[in-house]
Design a binder for this molecule. Sequence first.
Ligand code: ATP
Ligand code: MG
Length: 159
Amino acid sequence: ESTVVSEMLEEVADRFSFQLQQRRIRIVIRIEQGISRIMLDRDKIDQVLDNLVSNAIKYTADEGTIHILARPVDKDLLQISVQDTGIGIPKKDLERIFERFYRVDKARSRNMGGTGLGLSIAREIIKAHGGAISLESEFGQGTKVVFTLPVQAEESEAI
Ligand code: ATP
Ligand code: MG
């Protein structure tokens, strides 16, 4: 059974609708043409997306915007990014951000909840799927997490 990419992303946003409304944060989803369906372990990829969106919400001020973009890199590779307009991550922390239990500035993270495991689990899941995940951030500007998922030829289908 393959997953419809647009549905998967809309459902992530739906799972956070209460928090998004409370914080008046907007999620904008864009799906570029090329890959509409993909074979994946839906529970695992949902776990990745839930962590990325929950991070984006946690570290974005009220009334911010989160952009989720799905675009084909080529016919065999889907790229999904989650970008926020939040507080960002200082340069010195960037190289350690995927480590287990690593959190930027304990004081900053203390009231945010969580254990610092989300990104390390996300990386394991994406690796196990044959993809890659990376993070770019500008302190004070926002953060963008990008991951890829391979698409098997017979499973991809033009929109
Ligand atoms: P958990 O995911 O286990 O609930 P967590 O969210 O703190 O806890 P990670 O998702 O692994 O852990 O993120 C690690 C740290 O990276 C966070 O504590 C935070 O300091 C920083 N971080 C992650 N995503 C963002 C983001 N979108 N904006 C700013 N900082 C972020
Ligand atoms: Mg997290």
